[in-house]
Design a protein around this ligand. Structure first.
Ligand SMILES: *Cc1c(COP(=O)(O)O)cnc(C)c1O
Length: 346
């Protein structure tokens, strides 16, 4: 039986050709390719500047650093997100303040408002699973926002695009993200000053005056791979939407919640997450027995890692949701198999 994995990078010969060219050129650290990737990404995201970095986590750290976040400053993050976001806040020795989710999975503006104090310096807003958060309500809170676009590039959001609302936006190019460079990330912004500061932190060598920095750069062969991935992004997104539609149509009669975005937002289906599902552990096992890898969309909410209570919506989403395989390289046959198995099990 062929196993259908939960996620998979979509890399082809175009990437290999470009990487080979860069490596043959002998210029393999961060240079021209990284600069070109930055301007192409900025153009795609509709933002003025971008800086390529070594990971999404590094990007979040740099974004917080240039916002001036220091020890004991409070940064609000959702409980329902991967540990990378918590790690970034802790790396700066800032204080993570968790917030609950809205019903649509992303951080709840209503809950964030309750958690704002005099020491709140920023909110990190991940757009989870390919669906943008409620940026209008979150921006109305008046706290600087870092958008975490690790899972959502190219989705419409309340008249703009996800990534165009906050002070800065951070992407991740980890192996199985929407675009990949193996490992990698980017910080984008409309404020050139932020990016100049980030550049001065990561480009610290041979300066007249010393100022503390750190190496968070992306190599040129990674950037070459990223440029080739970015060319494919429109096709990636339409393939993801096509697969999601197949699943949505098939599962419409089921008494579960399908991942349909609110009217004012789009969805690029980085993940296909169904919720209000009973006995998720048993169902994951049943999928596994039939050769299909189905996961929890978030391994464990942060409040559970930290032994905290008071995040009912995040807890409920975690309890009752499952993420089905969805990626551009999933063949029509495999889509059919996932769909039919889901019809049987869910
Ligand atoms: C993947 C991811 C990150 C971290 O990105 P890395 O490149 O793995 O460091 C941060 N936030 C979210 C929402 C992610 O999905």
């Amino acid at each position: 039986m062929k196993i259908i994995t939960h996620s998979k990078p979509c890399v082809g010969t175009a990437e290999i050709h470009r990487i080979r060219k860069v490596i043959s050129s002998g210029r393999i650290s961060s240079g021209k390719e990284a600069a070109a990737f930055e301007s192409e990404m900025a153009e795609f995201m509709g933002l003025k500047t971008a800086t390529a970095v070594s990971s999404g986590t590094a990007g979040l750290c740099l974004a917080m650093q240039v916002l001036g976040i220091k020890e004991n400053d409070e940064v609000i993050i959702p409980s329902l997100v991967c540990t990378a976001v918590l790690n970034a806040v802790l790396f700066l020795r800032a204080k993570p303040v968790l917030a609950d989710s809205a019903e649509e999975c992303n951080i709840s503006a209503i809950d964030v408002r309750k958690r704002i104090t005099k020491r709140t310096k920023a909110i990190i807003v991940p757009h989870l699973f390919g669906q943008p958060a409620d940026m209008k309500s979150l921006c109305a809170l008046g706290i600087p926002i870092i958008e975490d676009c690790a899972q959502t590039i190219g989705a419409e959001c309340q008249g703009k695009m996800a990534g165009q609302w906050g002070e800065m936006s951070v992407c991740s190019f980890y192996a199985t993200k929407i675009l990949t460079t193996g490992e990698g990330g980017m910080v984008l912004s409309n404020n050139k000053k932020y990016n100049e500061k980030i550049r001065s932190i990561i480009d610290y060598d041979e300066k007249i005056r010393f100022s503390a920095g750190f190496n968070f750069k992306m190599t040129d062969f990674q950037a070459a791979m990223g440029r080739s991935q970015l060319k494919k992004l429109p096709n990636f997104i339409s393939r993801r939407r096509y697969i999601a539609k197949r699943y949505n149509d098939a599962l419409a009669e089921k008494s579960i919640l399908l991942p349909l975005p609110p009217e004012d937002r789009g969805h690029i289906y980085f993940r296909y997450v169904v919720s209000n599902v009973k006995n998720t552990a048993k169902k994951m096992e049943a999928f596994q027995k039939l050769g299909i890898s189905v996961r929890k969309p978030v391994f464990k909410p942060l409040h559970m890692y930290l032994g905290m209570e008071g995040f009912p919506q995040a807890g409920k989403i975690w309890e009752t949701s499952l993420s089905l395989p969805i990626y551009p390289s999933l063949s029509d046959n495999d889509v059919e198999r996932v769909k039919n198995t889901a019809l049987k099990i869910l």
